[in-house]
Design a protein around this ligand. Sequence first.
Ligand SMILES: [Zn+2]
Length: 163
Amino acid sequence: MEPGRRYAGAMRCPTCGVDDTRVIDSRSADQGTSIRRRRACAGCGNRFTTYERGAPVLQVRKRNGSIEPFSSQKLLKGVEAALADRPVPAAAISDLLDEIEAAATLYGGPMPSEQIGRLVLDGLRVLDEVAYLRFASVYKDFQDAEDFGREVAALEESGLTRD
Ligand SMILES: [Zn+2]
């Protein structure tokens, strides 16, 4: 790397806050499950250590009890289908997906699919009411007509629908 050039993966110095730090040593640690890096700050000369580990594999518990890997691609497809032709910026969609993935990470085990669906619905409700209704109508756990009717009634009560 050229001197003074920043790159997206720059790590800020925990002592002085300058983001001009470089890796001076990398080695595997914890029986190869992580990488330990020694870094040096060009600003204050501080040396510090970072560890790199694989992110835990997120899982989803389906309503029938089976466990599946969490698929952000699958989630994106569903959300994009609901948002088709709606004036919602791509950045808002990726923010929503990031939030849901973060919630699934914090959940600390296989997150129930209906809970994920609920998060999508909450997000879409804020972004776009048409997409919200579309998603509610196609989302597997809302195929029950009564559930869908309840969602629509709740929307009407909240004064969000107009016609
Ligand atoms: Zn520093």
